[in-house]
Design a protein around this ligand. Structure first.
Ligand SMILES: [Zn+2]
Length: 134
């Protein structure tokens, strides 16, 4: 068996040699088949395939639904926080810019990674389940 690079080894001991549960796969960007942290090649872009097990991520169709949903949810949460901060502290307008632009940007990116990883994990489980029934 070829030696895997360090980045391709399973992150958590609970996924050693097996498929990670949804929560861990979504939070840490783990490959749904082997549990290695190889799912993302960029901030929110999937890698073409897993370096450890060869699972081809580009064959899964996660779609853009997650992006629209996540953006609306994060936007709603941020707007509630903006209103609360305005009512409690009444800061100058530029404080809102300095505070909420980074919070929104990183909130959307983080939530999008979790949502996309969860959708890919779900699609992988569905396909392997269907393959087992034939
Ligand atoms: Zn893998």
């Amino acid at each position: 068996m070829p030696e895997r690079p360090d980045s391709a080894k399973p992150v958590l001991s609970s996924v050693e040699g097996g498929q990670p549960p949804l929560r861990e796969a979504a939070l840490f960007g783990l490959c749904p088949r082997c549990g290695a942290r190889t799912l993302f090649a960029g901030w929110t872009a999937f890698a073409p395939s897993c370096n450890a097990c060869g699972l081809e991520f580009h064959k899964f169709n996660v779609g853009d639904g997650a992006a629209a949903f996540v953006t609306m949810v994060v936007g709603g949460i941020v707007m509630i926080l903006v209103i609360v901060v305005q009512l409690v502290a009444d800061p100058p307008w530029w404080v809102h810019l300095l505070l909420w632009i980074p919070v929104t940007t990183f909130g959307v990116i983080g939530a999008l990674r979790v949502a996309k990883a969860a959708l890919l994990w779900s699609e992988f489980r569905q396909k392997t389940g269907e393959a087992g029934r034939q």
